[in-house]
Write a protein that binds this ligand. Structure first.
Ligand code: UD1
Length: 357
């Protein structure tokens, strides 16, 4: 390599910022992503309004990485506060935007809360990015955009179905807002990740899911039930057209999912992206509610008390991912077994149980 090229490489390394802004970075997926980014050498800055997270998550992040990310308690719907944050720490290479509400049922009873928070937060981030020379965004979307797909496994070309909840609709709208914004801009690009069902916790059990109130999601409910917080788990329907009659989902380990964000950041800056890219982040395998229960019992050695009740409104019968595109283009794979993932969820619950004793 010539002297000029070597100097240019050193110069690029010296000048290129590795600062990443993570909104909602103390939440469940956000905190695991912050850890993976820090371990990959990024300089991580977090804003979070603590509406569904806890300041103590910072201790967990520090316990794993040995460092504390910069953190400020900011609501992304507050444009002025966000602008100040961008100005104070000028030079973000990219934003990973997690900050959003995610409870499907609540979104049906409080739609405007969801539309205001999820959509306005994204608009603020997108408006501020070009003002502060931030070129890339990674957005957390969901497999909910596919509804009940006609063909399984579902790939990224599958049609977007009518959203079954305001929450689901915010994901569809936000994806569209990103597409339109990037299309209209010379300097921005985006990676949209459609998550399947994230479960589990960091293997150190220093961070995990901390649901506010009664959890809606299956695995946190199972963990709490086994801990005696709830008498029994309600299995929502066993008369679906599946081998054991219960619904099937693609449960993805949260650390594997977090790693997909690091790959997405790399992809944004590899010089090969022409337009926004969308990736399914799942394992490619489905598991039924009964399989979750049985596997959880096997790995934890605990019995899960449950009762089959009626179907939950809005539930999809079965969905699992075709993650081939992410495997190929992001060079990302789901690595952790279903057993190990459920055990990590239980290990984390044991930590939470000790803290709340
Ligand atoms: C839902 C959303 C998904 C969102 C995720 C995050 C839809 C279709 N899916 O996933 O987009 O990202 O929440 O919050 O909107 N179950 C029980 N008993 C329980 C809880 C759940 O039997 O107490 C069953 C459900 O019926 C379902 C499975 O477990 O079959 C998984 O449910 P859940 O963990 O709530 O996730 P999704 O509904 O798949």
């Amino acid at each position: 390599m010539g002297v000029k090229k070597t100097l240019k490489k050193i110069w690029d390394k010296f000048t290129s910022s590795d600062r990443i802004l993570v909104t909602g970075g103390l939440g469940y997926i956000g905190s695991h992503t912050v850890v993976e980014l820090m371990e990959a050498g990024y300089d991580v800055y977090v804003v979070d309004n603590l509406s569904n997270s806890n300041i103590e998550v910072l201790n967990g992040i520090e316990a794993i990485t040995g460092k504390r990310p910069v953190f400020e308690n900011i609501d992304c719907t507050d444009y002025v506060a966000m602008d100040k944050f961008f100005t104070k720490y000028e030079g973000f290479k990219a934003v990973i935007h997690f900050a959003a509400y995610k409870a499907v049922g609540e979104s049906v009873s409080k739609p405007l809360r969801y539309y205001r928070n999820n959509i306005l937060s994204l608009i603020n981030v997108l408006e501020l990015m070009p003002i502060h020379q931030t070129e890339g965004i990674v957005f957390s979307s969901s497999c909910t955009v596919y509804g009940q797909p006609d063909k399984l496994p579902v790939d990224e070309k599958s049609p977007i179905k009518d959203a079954l909840s305001p929450y689901g609709y915010t994901k569809q709208v936000c994806e569209r807002i990103i597409m339109d914004t990037v299309h209209a801009s010379e300097d921005m690009n985006a990676v949209i990740l459609r998550y399947f069902n994230p479960i589990g916790a960091h293997p150190t059990a220093s961070i995990g899911e901390l649901p506010n109130g009664v959890p809606n999601n299956l695995v946190p409910f199972v963990c709490q039930t086994v801990s005696g917080v709830h008498k029994k788990l309600s299995v929502f329907g066993n008369d679906y057209n599946t081998p054991d009659g219960t619904c099937i989902r693609d449960y993805i380990n949260v650390v594997d999912l977090a790693k997909a964000h690091v790959k997405a950041i790399e992809r944004l800056f590899d010089g090969k992206m022409k337009k926004p890219e969308i990736y399914n982040i799942g394992t490619g395998k489905g598991a039924s509610v009964m399989e979750v229960i049985k596997t959880f019992e096997a790995v934890s050695g605990k019995r899960v008390p449950y009762e089959v009740v009626g179907r939950r409104e809005g539930d999809i019968e079965r969905v699992w991912a075709n993650p081939a595109l992410a495997n190929k283009k992001l060079n990302w794979q789901a690595e952790t077994s279903f057993e190990e993932t459920l055990l990590s969820a239980w290990r984390w619950q044991e930590v939470v149980n000790k803290r709340t004793k």
